[in-house]
Design a protein around this ligand. Sequence first.
Ligand code: NPW
Ligand code: K
Length: 486
Amino acid sequence: MDRIRPHRAWPLFDTAASRAIERASAGHLPPHALMQRAGLAVARLALALAPHARTIWLACGPGNNGGDGFEAAMHLRSWGKNAIVTWSGDEGRLPQDARASLQRARAADVRVAPHPPAEWDLAVDAMLGLGAARPLEATLAQWATLMAADARPVLAVDLPSGLDADTGGGHPARASHTLALLTLKPGLFTAGGRDAAGEIWFDDLGIAEPAARPTAWLAGAPPEVVRLHASHKGSYGDVAVVGGAAGMGGAALLAATAALHGGAGRVFACLLDPVAAGFDSAEPALMLRRWDSLDLSAMAVACGCGGGDAVRAALPTVLATARALVLDADALNAIAADTQLESLLKARARRARPTVLTPHPLEAGRLLGCTAAEVQADRLGAGRELVQRLGCVVVLKGSGTVIAGPGRTPLLNPTGNARLASAGTGDVLAGLVASHLAAMPDGFDAAAAAVYEHGRLADHWPRRQALTASALARAVAPERGWPAPL
Ligand SMILES: NC(=O)C1=CN([C@@H]2O[C@H](COP(=O)(O)OP(=O)(O)OC[C@H]3O[C@@H](n4cnc5c(N)ncnc54)[C@H](OP(=O)(O)O)[C@@H]3O)[C@@H](O)[C@H]2O)[C@@H](O)CC1
Ligand SMILES: [K+]
């Protein structure tokens, strides 16, 4: 059993893949073995989380998730705990494995009570897992409300009940801990999943080599690469940030600052405001230039940050010439509204020029012609769809940022938190991606590394210190290794 922490990569399997793995594994094992292993794992983690617990309430549902709960109750009782099961189900309709576990629990004198106990030290949510098909009904909904109203820990079996394993959608119960069984499901790590699941643990039930391809990966820490002594600023590439129309210069300067601190050899800030100052006294290493005075074919360009409508005029040239490109905010909105710009974007894929889009759900919706809510309802699906349509690497921002790219299995990023929900942090991310793109050829790897670092900075941010975008941009370098020179 492992606790999932954001440093190593993990394969994620959606419902269909998890069911296929379950079928293949069960074929090699004695009947009921997987559920017995699952129940034992749940009981062990329950004991580890609440070693001094007297009463443990196990709320069991009508399917095999409930079966895991019966099995766990049997072990907890044999270890001296007051394990009280409530069960909402129909014995005649119980799946075979769950019925076997109910019989084992009864034979071990586990109490199946009509109502939850008045007090408990730990609750186990074994109501619904992979089979959750609709919002929690009647009794199950009441139990979920009771658990949520209580401050004591809740251990969810496999998934918080009601969570969509594939998308992180649904109306899930809240858990402080979740033990994923056999497979880690993508819904635990994106959309509503991170808030519902709490701390995530995983037990592979002894199936170390799953018989299915991962649907996605939970990203691990990017490799840290040390800068060689015999290198110079030309080794780490040039970044140009094109944005900052009148009144929005800050966004472009934030991106440029992040690119500079992120390790780019030289950074040019190209402000679209015709009366912008020619010098940034806060960051004198930034070179303020006109974008059309630079040779973009040798550069990684971040375009769109605070670009307003003015960015439209720059985009045809930027799209056609930038060696590597990050498109954010106003650049994405302009492309969503202009099929000619979209064609230029698609042409970059044919010319093998790395391009990374960094939309938030609303911008992604504009590119896809749907609403932000529809994007959020299936974030992995939306990421894949954008890749298929536009041929670029896509960073779909939000809880559990999706990184998708042509020919690559998508990643869900494990770092970051709600402190990043403030103005300008997206500009910092665009600059960071550009600094990676300046030094490495692969857009997907550059995006994944930048997203991970950006989130890790927020995760390590001092509690009592405000997380502002400008402080974030300057905090970049100490947190990371340096990109390898091209
Ligand atoms: N596959 C694996 O990896 C392994 C699986 N294992 C375990 O099995 C779990 C999957 O079991 P499962 O397939 O029986 O589904 P589960 O979640 O128990 O629910 C199905 C039942 O719930 C009902 N129902 C649905 N929605 C409802 C609602 N809102 N409110 C009320 N009822 C609702 C639904 O009714 P129906 O929709 O058919 O009318 C059906 O009766 C999995 O998550 C893991 O814990 C491990 O033991 C070993 C390895
Ligand atoms: K559950």
